[in-house]
Each structure stands twice: as C-alpha cells, then as structure tokens.
Ligand binder design. Structure first.
Ligand code: HT7
Ligand code: ZN
Length: 889
C-alpha cells in the first residue's frame, strides 16, 4: 500500500487545457475517445507524462495525430517521448470500459438501466486516462452517443450545443462547459428520465433553467427538491452576492449511490434519498435533509467548483465551508429564532455523537489530514462537520459582515484557481485586518493541523469580600495517533452569567468601565486564563460556551441546582438544552457505575419535575421540547466512559426512558392531544416540531403501556398509524409500536410493507426500523438475518445495505454488542462480502468497531478478533485495509 503525504505535494508536470470526450454508450462495452490539448508546466523539471487509469482497456494512443511509444507502470500510462518545449500538443486516447460490471459505483456505471458517473475523488481515471488530480483544470466538450429508445435523455456539464439523430436508432448530444474544471466535477447521465423544470430570473436579471430529473413515475416527488434549489439560488445571491453562473442547472436522482450527492458542475447527481419526497412517502427529517443537501451541492458551485482544492488534503476547504454554508442556509430559512436554535442543537448533536468519537479513536485526523492511503476514507465527519465548526469560529471572530467581506476577498483572489485552506484563512484575515482572527491567524490554524477534541476546563471562585467572580478557563487536548503533543488552540468562548433566580446578570470584567448585559465572547489563546467579573452580589451561575461557540468538551463542575436553573431559565437555548443533557448524563453515569444490580429507576424527582416543566412550558416550541426530552444517545453516554459495557449502557438508558414514560404519563397524553395537527401537511419548523413531539409522546405512551399492560395507547397508536395523513405521523406511530415491542407491531409492519412495496425509499425505512429496534433477549440479530434474505433485500444497493446492516452495526449498540460475539461475526462477514464489490461502502461499515478498545470484556477481546479476522484476508481493498490496520494499531 502507498501512503500519500501532504508534504510531498508537487505541481503537475503538464497542464491539460482542453478535453474533448466522445462516448459511445453501451452497458457492456462503452467506447471513450479522449482528445486533449496539453502543455508542459514550465515551473517543474521536464519529465514523463504519467496518466492515471483504472479498469480500462486501452486501444490506441496518438500524439499530434501519430502513433507514439508508451508503457504501463502499474495503473499509470507513461509517455516519455513527447514533444519538447512549451508548445501545446494533442494527445488522443481511445479506451473501452464495462459500465454494467462496475459495482463500485465509481467512474461510469449503470443503475436501473441508466448511465451515471461519479468521479470525486478519483473516479475519472475509471473513465479515461487522465491527470486525475484537482489542480488540473480544463475546458470540456462532451459528445454522447447512445441508443435513442433506451437512452432518450443525454446529459453532461454546461450547455447543450447540438443534438441529432444517428444511424441504427442511435442519437447524440454535444455539451460544452463554459467553465474550466477539475476532472472530479465531470459528469454524464444517459437514460429514460423526466424533468420538473422551472425558469428563474436572478437578482441581476439573468434567466436560468432549473431541472430536476427523475425516473418516470417519480415526478410527484420532485416539488420540494425544486423549491429547495430555487431557495438556494436566491440565498447565495442575497447573503454572499454569489450568482448562478450557468444557463442551466440540473439535478438527477439515482437509487444507486455511495454517498448523499455530488456537485458536478451544472449537473448534480443525487442519491434519490435526497431528492424524492412527498407527504405520503417522506418524513419531516427527509424534507429537511433534502433542503440542506440540495443547498449544499448548489453552494459547492462557488465553494468547491469556482474555487477548488489544490490537492485532496485540502478537502475541508470546500467541504467544511460548504457544510457551514448549508447550515446557515437552513437556519436563515427559519422564520423564528427558536427554530434556528433547534437547527444549531441538531448540528451539534451530530458533531458530538459522530465526530468527537472519531477524534478520540484510531481514525483521528486533523481537519486537514497529513497523509492517507485511500482518500475515500477521509470524507469524514472531521473534514465535514468539524471543518464547518472551524469556519463558524472564523465567523464568530470576524463577525457576520466581516465574514461576508472575507468571502468576497477569497473569490476576488482565487476565482478559477485550485487553492489551500491557508488561502481561505488568509483571505478572511486580510479582509478583517483589525480582527482577532488576523491577530491570531497562525495559532488559529492549529484547528486545521491538530487532531483531537480540546477539553475546556472552567473553574469559578466567588469572593464575597470583593464581590467578584474569578472564572479560570484551562484548555488541554489528549494525544492522537501520530500527534503526542498539542499546542493551545484559539477558542472563542461565549459566556453569560445568571443569578440564582435565572435572571441575566450584567457582565463586567475588572478592567472594563461599562457592564454589558447578555452574552460576551472571550477568546482563549493561552493554556489557562482567568476572567474576573466584578460587581456581583452573589455567586453567579455561569452559562459557558453559549451556542456551542467552539467544538470542545466543556468541563465545569455544575451543581444540580445550577443545571436546573440553566434548564429553567437560560436565555441561550443551546445551553438550556445542554443543561438538561448534563443532568440526564449525570444520572445515567451514576447508574452505570453503581455497584451490583442496575437501579430500576435511575431518575430522581428533581429531574423528572424539570422535564415535566419543560414539556408543559407554555412558551417553548414543541421542537425544542422534543430535543430536551430526548435522552443522550447510548453512543454519547459511552464516550464519557473509560470502559464501556454496552449492555449496561443500553439497559440504563432504557430504564431511564421507561421511567420518564411512566412518571410523565399524563403529561405525554396532554402533549399528544395538544400538538396533534389535523391541518394540511407542511414541512415547516413549527409543524415539524409538533409532529416530532406527538411522535415522542406516542412512543412514551406505548412504553408505559408495556409496563401497565393497558391496551389503550397501543390501540390508539395503531389507529393513528392507519389514519395518518402523512408519512411522518404514520412512521412515528409504527415506530412507537416497534420500539415498545408491542404485539401489534408485526401486523402494522406487514401492512406498511404492503402499502409501500413499490417505494424503495419507504422500504429502506421499513428495513431500518426493524434492524434498529431495541434488543429484547437477542432477537434483533436473527431478525436482521431474516431481513437479509427478504425478497426486497439487495446487498448491491448501498441504500438498502445501509438500511439493514448499518442500522444494526452502527446505530443499534444494544443489539450489536452481544456477549456471544455473534454481532461482531456478522459484521466481519458483511465487511468482507461488501468489500468484494464495493470497497467504499465496506470501509464505512468497517468503522463500526472503531471504539473497540474502550469496550469491557468479553466485548473487547471478541471485537478485536473480528477485526483481526478481516485484516487477515489477503484479498482486501486499500479502503478496508487502511481502516482495520489503523484500528488494530
Ligand atoms: N463532494 C461530494 C463527495 C462525494 C463522494 C466522494 C467519494 C465517493 C463518492 C462520492 N459521492 C459524493 C459530496 C459532497 O460533499 O457534496
Ligand atoms: Zn460537499
């Protein structure tokens, strides 16, 4: 295996200025003629041209129209005797490939009879020989030829300039992309598709055609994606002055896709999961995801496509920034501030349950990694979500307007270039010369180079004689693989102070003249600093890290009383929610770490009453209530422990949930009745919140019925399942029956399958619900095995594979971690089987056991054995090999 290192970057030896691609599309044998104009890069020493290729059959190579000598070096095509000097020359390469045999879904492949491509990161080399690296940007002209009946729609990047008929029932289309691009943004689609179309006029008065292409029959599920696209175009222009730079912008949906979607220039290709939605088939979560993924891919048009990455180590340059932009987009679409806060909490929850463990595990890497074996393994929550937090901190340091100015500077300097994370940070700093970011830039950039989640320890001491409160902030960061010592980070810490009744106190530091009410932001740069607040009559309750102002773990020895005050009164919704999570976590850890048998009722009255107060609160949003009443996940709880017994964690969390279900029974009844919505379905934040809370209430009422044996609420839930006017309510009712393990669940599941047997995305939910169900006596694994032999199961389809295998191995710890190790055996079998045809999906699954070293025995030893079993295979992809090797190190 070859390790690629960031420090080894060198500029390409050749530039490719133009590419003319002609495709004769055939599933069994597609012919590709690639005619390029190249020139030597005068800035690097003269050397051979090395073109990347993979799984290609090479037929012919011509230089300036004549045959030439070449050789193969592994997967590279090497041309040594090319024209000398700086004059451009023409290189023609003729290859064939077999799209129908492409099960990796990288390069050119066939999905349900339609051709698609996926080129990021290194898939273009599976289409033709090329300098497959993002800093080689060329102008593309693409001609597609195919059977007209089977492939009536022929799409590629840019503008359609010509189309027509050919002999033998074939036809052609010629596309010219007016923008230079790296090859990872190339795309083609050919098949039988229909489009929802919308013409829009931009602020500047230019007209554009927006199209969403789907299979015939799916048209009734395209309205939301189109609306999301229209909103995205308007938002980027309004917030950042970034217009759509193409006459036509296309989205195409495919049901076979390794990831969520891909931002190919002007021709975004999407997983159907992030396009297709109507109220009967999609949940509120699906609607919200579609909005943010459509936004994300559209925003890449500037942050990723117009300015791209110099090399793949800079991936977060486009991904962290674009996630930040899609988060801001979704927040800006919220009419109420409370809905913005809910979105922020949801984003932080993802960061803390997925990225924090990654940062503490064997795959820990900086936002800008230093090395990789397989770049596909680095499309991670660290690069994406932590990368977005780094960008958010920049906005915090320079302000919202300063950030917009920094973006302007970035495009003024780098439009049309392939650049680095340093270039972005420098633009931000230069556009804001008086800011803390400019002052602290080299230190700030440690967020890009140091892996690991910093811990921020806060300690407060009140002195009544001076009426002052000294708050000492101390940062540290544990070693990560390959990085034993960490230097201090720049940490923006937003702070407020509350009095014992929960009122906001004015903040006055010793050296300030004027007190200020509300939140103040401090920038911690030293290992330890003390802030002394004055003019305080009593010890305040500090509200630290408001809005989650930095991606750190905050350590503060809050008393229960402090947390109850924050939960009841903090004006910062994030810290209000966080106080509830801390209380719940504290109770969970106490029960898990108690000696002997588990307490049947881990919750105390104070917590239950605080939860009741939130649930019944007259002014809080339903969405916020649902978040507060959701207990920390098993994964999050486990991360707080040095040694994890997954069964104990599961049992405690279940006991807590059941206790909440019973103790608040009448409040759940009230919540259900007060929030059930009979109006027409709209996926807006307010009604989404109401549905989330009624769904939670039903689950709680079914759980309570489990204990009492009462048939009332399971019966009502089944009725709701049958009568529901939308998928969210229907699925929530089904889920309540399944989660509570009620006998009515099996009938409801059968009915659900019957109703939606022709809706692939709905069937994914049906599979996922069963594979993710709470374990009762080890019943989930056999159910998973049965699901995998169901007629509708298909391991080759990533969505379906994820709906069963990932839902079990990655999202159902209580069922997966079995004392008999059968879950781990199943995991290793699946990794090996998947790896034989789709290494990317296999490598994602391989990460399910990342945290094995934290497990208590017997789980630890048996998990290690399962990983070693995979690692012992001689026939493994680089993708899986890299993950299991790091895991065992
Ligand atoms: N930029 C896109 C990345 C992506 C991808 C990467 C590897 C293999 C398959 C893939 N499909 C899409 C997704 C995005 O961040 O927008
Ligand atoms: Zn992206």
């Amino acid at each position: 295996t070859t390790v690629v290192r960031r420090e080894d970057y060198t500029a390409p030896a050749y530039w490719i200025d133009t590419v003319e691609l002609s495709f004769d599309l055939d599933p069994a044998k597609t012919r590709v003629l690639n005619k390029m104009r190249l020139r030597r890069n005068a800035d690097v020493p003269a050397q051979a041209l090395r073109l990347d290729g993979e799984d290609l059959n090479l037929a012919r190579v011509l230089v300036n129209g004549a045959g030439c000598s070449f050789r193969m070096d592994g997967n590279q095509l090497v041309l040594e005797s090319l024209p000398e000097g700086s004059e451009p020359f023409e290189l023609e390469i003729f290859t064939t490939c077999a799209p129908e045999k492409n099960t990796q879904l990288m390069g050119l492949y066939v999905s349900q009879g339609t051709f698609f491509t996926q080129c990021e990161a290194e898939g273009f080399r599976r289409i033709t020989y090329f300098l497959d690296r993002p800093d080689v940007m060329a102008s593309y002209t693409v001609t597609l030829r195919a059977d007209k009946k089977k492939y009536p729609v022929l799409l590629s990047n840019g503008n359609l300039v010509e189309e027509g008929e050919l002999a033998d029932g074939r036809h052609f289309a010629k596309w010219v992309d007016p923008h230079k691009k790296p090859c990872y943004l190339f795309a083609l689609v050919a098949g039988e598709l229909v489009a929802r179309e919308q013409r829009i006029v931009s602020r500047s008065g230019t007209e554009h055609l927006l199209q969403v292409f789907v299979r015939p029959g799916d048209m009734d599920k395209t309205e939301h994606a189109m609306n999301s696209l229209i909103a995205s175009v308007a938002w980027d222009e309004a917030r950042f002055g970034l217009p759509l730079d193409l006459e036509r912008f296309m989205i195409v949906a495919t049901s076979d896709f390794n990831m969520g979607a891909m931002e190919n220039k002007g021709l975004n290709i999407f997983n159907t999961k992030y396009v297709l939605a109507n109220s009967a088939t999609a949940t509120d979560t699906d609607f919200a995801n579609i909005e943010s993924v459509v936004g994300h891919e559209y925003f890449h048009n500037w942050t990723g496509n117009r300015v791209t990455c110099r090399d793949w180590f800079q991936l977060s340059l486009k991904e962290g920034l674009t996630v930040f932009r899609d988060q801001e987009f979704s927040m800006d679409l919220c009419a109420e501030p409370s809905a913005r806060a809910v979105k922020r909490i949801e984003d932080v929850r993802v960061l803390r349950t997925a990225q924090f463990p990654e940062d503490a595990g064997p795959m820990a890497h900086p936002v800008r990694p230093d090395s990789y074996v397989e770049i596909n393994n680095f499309y991670t929550v660290t690069v994406y979500e932590k990368g977005a937090e780094v960008v958010r901190m920049m906005q915090t340091l320079v302000g919202r307007e300063g950030f917009a100015a920094g973006m302007k500077q970035y495009f003024a300097r780098h439009d049309g270039q392939a650049v680095t994370c340093d270039d972005f940070a420098q633009s931000m700093a230069d556009a804001n010369p008086a800011s803390d970011l400019a002052r602290l830039l080299p230190q700030f950039k440690r967020w890009y180079s140091q892996a690991g989640t910093p811990r921020l320890k806060a300690q407060g001491v009140y002195d009544s004689s001076t009426r002052s409160y000294a708050l000492t902030l101390t940062q540290s960061c544990a070693p990560t693989p390959g990085q034993s010592v960490k230097e201090p980070f720049v940490i923006p810490v937003a702070i407020g102070l509350l009095d014992a009744q929960g009122g906001e106190l004015p903040l006055q530091l010793a050296h300030w003249n004027q007190p200020e009410a509300g939140t103040r932001s401090f920038v911690l740069t030293q290992e330890s600093e003390t802030l002394t607040f004055v003019n305080l009559d009593a010890e305040p309750v500090p509200s630290i890290l408001r809005g989650f102002s930095a991606p750190v773990v905050l350590d503060f020895d809050y008393s229960d009383a402090h947390l109850l005050t924050l939960l009841a009164h903090d004006v910062d919704p994030f810290n209000r929610w966080e106080a509830g999570q801390r209380l719940a976590l504290r109770l969970a850890l106490k029960a898990i770490q108690s000696e002997g048998a588990l307490p049947a009722e881990p919750l105390d009255m104070a917590f239950i009453e605080a939860m009741r107060a939130v649930l019944r609160h007259p002014a809080l949003d339903a969405a916020f209530k649902e978040l507060v009443l959701t207990l920390p996940s098993e994964t999050y709880i486990s991360e707080q422990l040095d040694v994890v017994d997954p069964q104990r964690v599961h049992a405690v969390r279940e006991a807590m949930r059941e206790q909440l279900a019973q103790a608040l029974h009448d409040d759940w009844v009230w919540a259900f009745e007060a929030h059930r919505d009979n109006g027409a379905y709209r996926p807006d934040p307010l009604s989404t919140g109401r549905r989330a809370l009624t769904g939670m209430a039903l689950t709680m009422l079914c759980l309570a019925a489990r204990a009492s044996g009462s048939p009332v609420w399971p019966g009502k839930t089944l009725q709701r399942f049958k009568d529901a006017g939308n998928m969210t309510d229907r699925f929530n009712a089904l889920s309540a029956l399944v989660v509570s393990g009620h006998p009515l669940a099996s009938d409801a599941l059968a009915r659900f399958h019957q109703l939606f047997r022709n809706e692939a995305l709905v069937l994914d939910k049906w599979f996922a619900l069963q594979a993710g169900a709470p374990d009762r006596g080890g019943d989930v694994l056999p159910a998973v095995r049965r699901l995998m032999s169901h007629a509708d199961f298909n391991l080759k389809n990533p969505n379906r594979a994820r709906s069963v295998i990932f839902s079990y191995c990655s999202a159902n710890p209580g069922a997966f971690h079995r004392a008999d190790a059968a879950g781990y055996q199943f995991w290793s079998d699946c990794v090996i089987e998947l790896d034989a045809f789709n290494p990317q999906v296999a490598a994602r699954l391989a990460r399910a056991l990342d945290r094995w070293k934290k497990l208590a025995e017997p789980y630890r030893a048996t998990a290690r054995e399962a990983i070693a079993r995979v690692a012992a295979r001689t026939q493994l992809s680089n993708d899986v090999r890299e993950v299991v090797t790091r895991s065992l190190a």
